[in-house]
Design a protein. Structure first.
Lengths: 780, 255
C-alpha cells in the first residue's frame, strides 16, 4: 500500500519531486566529489612523498660546497638519517628552447635546473610514479610544462648558449615532490648522468646545490633546523622543509575541493528549503485528509511515518545517484591531481569517505524532514475537518491600493502587491536567489581579483610596469650595477627602485638563531598596500609578511632582533603586508647589505607615459641578460597560471550551478504558484486579462524577487565574499582580500545571465496558464 | 432590435477530463437581440453553463459558430477574445469570484484600468456611481472578507458593468444568496437591462427567471423550449402571474 501511495504521490507532483531529486543529487554529488578529492589528495600526496623519498629539510645554496665538511657534519648529527648534496645546473631562460617551434626565452619566470636522477632519496618520478630513467640525449620535463605549453613525448628541448648547444628529446615527464606547483619558481629537468657531465663541464649556466636531509625523527625538525643554522654549512639560499612542500602541493586542488564542498553545502541548503516548501504544501493540500486520519484515531507518529517514507525514498535515491555521478565525474575533478601527483591505491577507510559524504547528505535531509514533519502534532482534527485548509493566516491586506497607483501598469502593480501581501511565500525564492548570486559572484570576483594588476598587493611586490629579477651568482654584482646604469641612462624610465633580497639571522625569543629572508632597499618609490602600519621608512624599522608576523607573533610596534654585521640590533615592526610568494614568509627593511648575503636582486621600473611596455620588456630581456624581465601581468600569470585555470573551472561550474539552481527553483515556484492561484488566474482571464497580462504578472514577480536576491547577493559577495576568500588564502599568506570587481561582469553580465535564465524558465513554466479556465473553477 | 449574439449549430464535447467524450452541447441554435433579458433554465448537467462559456468565448466550441456583433468569435485568437471580454462583455458568477488581495473598489475598477478606454478619474467616478446605485458605496475600501455574500455579488455586478459592456453573462448569479438578497440582485439587473444592457443568465430559480423577458429551456445539451414573458413585462405588480406562468410551463416540460 505504501508503494502505491508513493507512486501516486510521485505522479501527482512530478515536477516538485524531480526538482527535489535533482537538488539532493547535486548536493550529494558535490559532497562526494569534494570529499573524494580531499581523500585522493591526501593519499596521493602521501604516496608521492613516500615513493620519491622527500627530504625533510632542504637548504638551497648558490655557490660551491665542501662535500667532505657536509658529510662530516651529517655523520656527527644523530638526527640525520640520510643526506645528499644534489647538484643542479641552472640554464638561463634565454638559452633554453622548450618545444619544437618555440623561441628561446619561452620559459618565463621559472628557474630551469638540469639535474641527474638522485640515487637514494628525493627521487624524481615519471607519470607512473616510478623513478624517471632517461637515456643519453633524452630528457624528462616537469609536468608544469606539459600542462602550460602542451609539450609531448618526442618534442625537443634545446640549450643554445653562446659557444655551447645541446638538444634533448622529451622521453618522459617529471613529478617533483619539491617543485611541482606553479607557485614554486624552480623546476627540475632530468637528464642522463653523461649528458649532465657534459653540460656541467661546458661552463654554461650556474651551479647550485640542494643540500638535502632526511631525519631519523621528522618531529625533531625544529631542533635540526636550529643545529643547521648554527653550523658553518652553506646556506646561500632559502631553506625549506617538507611541511611546506605538502602545503604547496595541496594548495591548488585543496582550494578547489574546499570550494566544491562550500557549493555542496549551499545547494544542500537550497534542497532543504525546497523540501520544507514541499512538505508544507503537501500538508496544506492534504489538510482535511490528515484531519480525517487523526479523527479516526491514527496517531501523529504514524501519519508522520507515511509522509517520511516518501522523503526517505527520494533522499536515498538522490544520494545514490549523486554518489554514482561523483564516480563518473571523478576523473574531471582529479585531473590535476592525476597529472601532478598521481594516484595511489586507497585504503578502505579512504574509499569510504565519498560514500560517507553522500550518506551524510542523506542523513541531514532525513533529520530535517523529521523536524519539519513535527508540524503534524499541531494539527487539530476538528480544525482540519471544519476549515479543510491550513489557510494563510490573516487575510491579505488591501494596501497598497490600485486606484492610488499612478505609475505602474496593472499587471506590474498586481505583481508588486502580491509580493507585499504574500511575502512569506516568496521568502524561499528570495533566499535561493541570494545564494545563487553569491555562489556565482564570489568566484567571479575572486577570479578577477587574482587576475587584476592590483593583486601585487597580495604578493608582497610593489606595483610597477616592469620587474627585473637577478639571481645572485657569479658576476651578479657587476650585472646588477650594469642594469642600474642602463636604467639610469634610459630616457623612457620614469623611476626605478632596487631591492636586494638578503639572508639575515633572526634572534628568537628563546635566543635561538633562525634564517630570515629580508628585502632591503627603497620601499617609498613604489606603492604597496599594507594590512597594518606602513612600509619601513627608517633604518630601525622592518615590515613583516602576514605569515611571518603570525608565526613570530609580532604586530606593528613590536621589536624584532636581527644579527647585522655581526652584532645584534633591534628593529621595530612598522607594518604587516600580505605575500603569497616565497611560502608567504618575507620581510622588508632598510638594512646595510653585505654582498655575500645577497640572494637576489629585484628592481621595479616604471616607464614614462606613452612608452611601449612590451617592447621595453623584450629589449631589456636581451640587454640585461641573465636577469629576468617581466611585466607584472606576465609575472602573475606565470606564477598563478595553474591556480587561475582551476579558478576558471570553479567560476564556470559555479555559474552553471547557480543558473541551474535558479532555473529549477523558478520552474518549481511558478508551477506551484500557478496551481495555488489557478482560481485567481481564471477570474482575471474571465474579466479580460490576456495571457500576456498574466505572464507579465508572474514573470514580474519572479524578476522582482530575483532583482532583490541579486542585490542582497551582491552586497553579501562584496562583504562576506572577501572574508571567505581571505580564510582560504590566509594559509598562503594573504588574509585580507579586497575584491577587485569588474563592474561589467559583476553588475551587468552575470546578473543578466540570471535574469535571462529566470525569465525564460518562468515563461516556459507559465505554459500551464493556458489550461486555467473559469469553466473548470466551479468549486472555487 | 438587431441581433447581438448568435449561435449556429453550436456543439461542444470534451476530449478529456471528467466528461471524457461526452457531447455537452448538441447543435444549439440561438439568437440574442440587443437589449434582451434572457434566462436559461434546465436540470443539472443539461449544458446551461457550458452554453454560457461558449457564447462568451471563455471556452471554444467543438463545431458550429458563435457570432458577436457580426463577427465569428470562434476564429478569434486568445488575445482578441480577451479584448472582447474586457471591453464588450461582463460576467457575474455564482461563487463570488473577486481578487482576494484587492479592496472592493479596486476589484471594480481593475478591468477598466486595464482597458484604458477612459481616464482613471472618470473610471473612479463611474465605479462610485454604480456602487451608489447598488447600495454599497460605503464599502469601497473594505476587503472581500469584511462584507456579506449579497454585498459581494453587488460588487461583482459593478465590476461586470464598469467597462459599459454590450452584454452581461450571469452564471447562477443568485445561487449562493438568500431569497431576499437574490430578489435585490435581480431588481438591480432588471434596472441595468432597462438602461439598455443585454443580459443572459443561467438559473435554476423560477423566481429569478420570472424577472427576465425570455426563458430558454435546455435538456441534454439541446435547447428544447422557449417561453416569452414579454407580455407581462410592463405590468407592475404582476410578478406573481409571471412566476405562475413559468412554473406551469416548466411543469409541462416535466421539471
Amino acid at each position: 500500500m505504501l508503494m502505491r501511495m508513493l507512486r501516486r504521490d510521485w505522479l501527482r507532483n512530478k515536477s516538485i519531486s524531480a526538482a527535489l531529486l535533482v537538488f539532493i543529487s547535486l548536493s550529494a554529488l558535490l559532497a562526494s566529489s569534494g570529499a573524494n578529492m580531499i581523500a585522493e589528495l591526501s593519499s596521493s600526496l602521501g604516496a608521492l612523498f613516500a615513493k620519491s623519498g622527500v627530504p625533510h629539510y632542504v637548504q638551497m645554496h648558490a655557490g660551491e660546497i665542501d662535500r667532505a665538511a657536509i658529510d662530516r657534519w651529517a655523520q656527527g648529527n644523530e638526527l640525520v638519517r640520510r643526506h645528499q648534496a644534489a647538484e643542479m645546473i641552472k640554464v638561463e631562460d634565454a638559452h633554453l628552447v622548450l618545444g619544437d617551434g618555440a623561441a628561446p626565452g619561452s620559459g618565463g619566470i621559472m628557474d630551469h635546473y638540469f639535474v641527474k636522477q638522485n640515487r637514494t632519496f628525493d627521487l624524481l618520478l615519471d607519470l607512473d610514479s616510478q623513478p624517471v630513467q632517461v637515456k643519453r640525449g633524452e630528457i624528462a620535463v616537469p609536468v608544469y610544462y606539459k600542462q602550460r605549453d602542451g609539450l609531448e613525448i618526442g618534442d625537443k628541448i634545446r640549450i643554445a648558449a653562446p659557444g655551447f648547444a645541446m638538444e634533448f628529446r622529451i622521453a618522459d615527464f617529471v613529478r617533483d615532490a619539491q617543485m611541482n606547483p606553479s607557485i614554486i619558481h624552480s623546476k627540475r629537468f632530468v637528464v642522463r648522468d653523461a649528458d649532465f657531465a657534459r653540460l656541467s663541464g661546458s661552463g654554461t649556466g650556474e651551479r647550485e646545490y640542494l643540500l638535502e636531509f632526511q631525519l631519523t625523527d621528522p618531529g625533531k625538525l625544529g631542533e635540526f633546523r636550529t643545529a643547521y643554522e648554527a653550523s658553518n654549512l652553506p646556506k646561500l639560499g632559502p631553506a625549506i622543509d617538507h611541511t611546506l612542500f605538502r602545503t604547496l602541493n595541496a594548495l591548488t586542488d585543496g582550494l578547489l575541493a574546499a570550494v566544491i564542498l562550500l557549493v555542496s553545502f549551499l545547494i544542500g541548503t537550497i534542497a532543504l528549503l525546497c523540501l520544507r516548501f514541499t512538505i508544507l504544501a503537501a500538508i496544506e493540500e492534504d489538510y482535511r485528509e490528515i484531519g480525517v486520519m487523526k479523527a479516526i484515531g491514527i496517531s501523529s507518529k504514524h501519519i508522520r511515518k507515511l509522509y517520511l517514507a516518501k522523503y526517505v525514498l527520494t533522499a536515498a535515491v538522490a544520494s545514490v545517484i549523486g554518489y554514482a555521478a561523483s564516480l563518473l565525474l571523478h576523473p574531471l575533478f582529479t585531473r590535476n591531481i592525476m597529472l601532478y601527483i598521481g594516484t595511489a591505491p586507497k585504503g578502505l577507510v579512504l574509499q569510504l569517505v565519498p560514500v560517507a559524504a553522500a550518506a551524510f547528505t542523506f542523513a541531514i535531509v532525513i533529520a530535517f524532514c523529521m523536524l519539519t514533519l513535527r508540524r503534524f502534532d499541531r494539527i487539530s482534527a476538528v480544525e482540519a475537518l471544519r476549515s479543510g485548509a491550513a489557510g494563510e493566516g490573516r487575510p491579505p491586506g488591501t494596501k497598497p491600493a490600485l486606484h492610488r497607483n499612478r505609475t505602474l501598469s496593472v499587471p506590474v502593480f498586481l505583481a508588486v502587491k502580491d509580493i507585499v501581501s504574500r511575502f512569506k511565500m516568496y521568502r524561499m525564492l528570495l533566499l535561493v536567489f541570494i545564494i545563487s548570486s553569491f555562489i556565482m559572484l564570489v568566484p567571479v570576483n575572486f577570479f578577477h581579483t587574482v587576475q587584476s594588476p592590483g593583486f601585487n598587493n597580495y604578493m608582497g611586490i610593489e606595483r610597477s610596469d616592469l620587474r627585473i629579477d637577478l639571481q645572485h651568482a657569479g658576476s651578479a654584482g657587476d650585472d646588477y650595477r650594469s642594469i642600474v646604469a642602463q636604467l639610469e641612462n634610459d630616457n623612457d624610465v620614469e623611476k626605478y627602485a632596487a631591492v636586494l633580497v638578503s639572508s639575515f639571522k633572526m634572534v628568537g625569543d628563546d635566543g635561538t638563531l633562525e634564517n630570515m629572508t629580508v628585502e632591503v632597499g627603497d620601499f617609498a618609490a613604489f606603492p604597496l598596500e599594507y594590512m597594518q602600519g606602513s612600509a619601513p621608512s627608517r633604518a630601525d624599522e622592518i615590515a613583516l609578511s602576514y605569515l611571518n608576523g603570525k608565526e613570530m607573533e609580532k604586530k606593528v610596534g613590536d621589536p624584532v632582533r636581527l644579527i647585522v654585521d655581526g652584532r645584534e640590533i633591534t628593529l621595530k615592526v612598522s607594518g604587516i603586508y600580505q605575500d603569497v610568494t616565497n611560502g608567504g614568509r618575507t620581510a622588508k627593511a632598510a638594512l646595510p647589505v653585505r654582498p655575500d648575503t645577497v640572494l637576489r636582486y629585484e628592481i621595479a621600473v616604471d616607464l614614462k607615459p606613452g612608452a611601449d611596455v612590451a617592447d621595453k620588456r623584450d629589449r631589456y630581456a636581451q640587454a640585461m641578460h641573465p636577469a629576468k624581465v617581466t611585466d607584472l601581468a606576465g609575472y602573475m600569470a606565470q606564477t598563478f597560471g595553474n591556480t587561475l585555470e582551476q579558478l576558471k573551472l570553479v567560476t564556470r561550474v559555479a555559474t552553471v550551478v547557480a543558473l541551474l539552481v535558479s532555473a529549477l527553483i523558478t520552474a518549481l515556484f511558478v508551477k506551484m504558484a500557478v496551481a495555488k492561484d489557478a482560481g485567481q488566474i481564471a477570474i482575471m482571464k474571465s474579466i479580460g486579462f490576456s495571457m500576456l497580462h498574466v505572464r507579465i504578472q508572474y514573470v514580474t514577480k519572479a524578476l522582482l524577487v530575483l532583482v532583490a536576491g541579486i542585490a542582497v547577493g551582491t552586497v553579501l559577495s562584496n562583504t562576506a565574499g572577501p572574508s571567505a576568500a581571505g580564510v582560504a588564502m590566509s594559509f598562503m599568506g594573504a588574509a585580507r582580500i579586497t575584491f577587485v570587481i569588474d563592474p561589467l561582469q559583476a553588475y551587468v553580465l552575470y546578473p543578466a545571465l540570471l535574469l535571462a535564465a529566470v525569465t525564460v524558465t518562468a515563461l516556459v513554466s507559465l505554459a500551464s496558464i493556458r489550461k486555467v479556465k473559469m469553466s473548470e473553477m466551479n468549486a472555487t | 432590435m438587431g441581433v447581438l449574439l448568435e449561435a449556429k449549430e453550436l456543439s461542444k464535447s470534451y476530449a478529456s477530463g471528467p466528461n471524457d467524450g461526452q457531447q455537452v452541447l448538441k447543435k444549439v441554435n440561438l439568437q440574442i437581440r440587443k437589449g434582451e433579458f434572457i434566462a436559461v433554465m434546465g436540470p443539472s448537467g443539461s449544458g446551461k453553463s457550458t452554453l454560457l462559456f461558449n457564447l462568451s468565448g471563455m471556452d471554444r466550441a467543438s463545431s458550429g459558430s458563435v457570432t458577436f456583433g457580426g463577427e465569428d468569435i470562434c476564429s478569434f485568437s486568445e488575445k482578441r477574445l480577451s479584448d472582447l471580454r474586457l471591453t464588450k462583455m461582463g460576467f457575474i458568477f455564482q461563487h463570488i469570484h473577486l481578487l482576494k488581495n484587492l479592496s472592493l473598489f479596486d476589484n471594480i475598477v481593475l478591468s477598466a484600468y486595464l482597458a484604458k478606454r477612459s481616464s482613471r478619474k472618470s473610471i473612479n467616478e463611474r465605479a462610485l456611481e454604480y456602487m451608489r446605485k447598488s447600495g454599497i458605496d460605503e464599502l469601497a475600501g473594505k476587503s472581500i472578507t469584511q462584507v456579506s455574500g449579497g454585498q459581494l455579488q453587488r460588487v461583482a455586478i459593478c465590476r461586470a458593468l464598469i467597462n459599459q459592456p454590450e452584454i452581461v453573462f450571469g452564471d447562477e448569479p443568485t445561487g449562493a444568496l438568500n431569497s431576499k438578497s437574490a430578489g435585490e440582485i435581480m431588481d438591480l439587473l432588471a434596472d441595468i437591462n432597462e438602461a439598455g444592457t443585454t443580459i443572459l443568465l443561467v438559473t435554476h430559480d423560477v423566481k429569478v427567471a420570472a424577472k427576465t423577458e425570455r426563458v430558454l429551456f435546455m435538456l441534454d445539451g439541446s435547447l428544447v423550449a422557449e417561453r416569452n414573458l414579454g407580455k407581462y413585462r410592463k405590468e407592475k405588480g404582476d410578478v406573481k402571474a409571471r412566476e405562475e406562468d413559468l412554473a406551469g410551463w416548466l411543469s409541462n416540460l416535466g421539471l
